[in-house]
Design a protein around this ligand. Structure first.
Ligand SMILES: CC(C)(COP(=O)(O)OP(=O)(O)OC[C@H]1O[C@@H](n2cnc3c(N)ncnc32)[C@H](O)[C@@H]1OP(=O)(O)O)[C@@H](O)C(=O)NCCC(=O)NCCS
Length: 179
């Protein structure tokens, strides 16, 4: 069951919550980030390997990494994927500052990649953005991120902008009735 933002109250998207089974049959909860998650989110990024895999993120330097996490949880809408009380995935969308064309980013613990969790988190974020009336979502990606490109392409993202080692992908959303 997915609880999405109420059409008359955009802050209800904080109730976003669903359970999925990953490709190995593990039960994973995906829900909106809460302040109490902060220490476990820091833990996830401390364990995360390899560091700097996506556009230089997450930073290998602990202080830079923690500052980056702080700025994302403060300024983006965040969801977390949880397995047995550990945060194993983090997706963030910049809808609080840029509702028209928010930036998206997603990071999964190395032991949980390629199990369908990134696809599920991305589809939830896509649905939230559709409900909020966003025009598009964009993501910056390094061109050797095979899993990332696969997930974004199958979610409807298309490459845009100059060709190079770092690319931008954009997902155009269908216009919705007023919220
Ligand atoms: C990118 C990331 C979020 C993807 O999430 P994920 O849960 O690992 O991906 P999923 O399991 O949902 O999907 C991976 C897809 O790639 C496919 N795939 C796996 N290996 C592949 C290969 N060598 N070639 C082509 N496709 C491949 C899988 O089959 C799957 O597609 P399917 O479900 O249609 O079969 C995750 O791997 C991650 O955190 N990577 C590091 C950080 C990053 O690169 N973030 C993206 C930029 S912000």
């Amino acid at each position: 069951m997915i609880y999405l933002p109420d059409k008359t109250n955009q802050h209800n998207f904080l109730k976003t919550c669903c359970s999925i089974k990953d490709k190995l049959g593990f039960d994973i909860t995906i829900r909106a980030y809460q302040v109490e998650d902060y220490p476990r989110l820091i833990d996830m990024y401390d364990r995360f390997e390899p560091k700097r895999i996506a556009m230089g993120l997450p930073h290998s330097d602990k202080k830079l990494r923690d500052n980056w996490i702080d700025s994302i949880v403060k300024s983006f809408f965040n969801t977390v994927a949880i397995y047995q009380n550990n945060i194993i995935g983090h997706a963030a969308i910049d809808i609080l500052r840029n509702k028209s064309s928010p930036e998206y980013m997603i990071f999964l613990d190395q032991d949980f990649r390629n199990r369908g969790i990134g696809t599920s988190q991305t589809m939830i974020i896509k649905k939230i953005c559709e409900e909020l009336g966003c025009k598009q979502i964009w993501v910056a990606i390094t061109c050797h991120s095979i899993l990332g490109i696969k997930v974004f392409k199958k979610s409807g993202f298309k490459f845009t902008g100059p060709i190079g080692p770092e690319r931008e992908m954009v997902l155009k959303l269908k216009p919705k009735s007023k919220i």
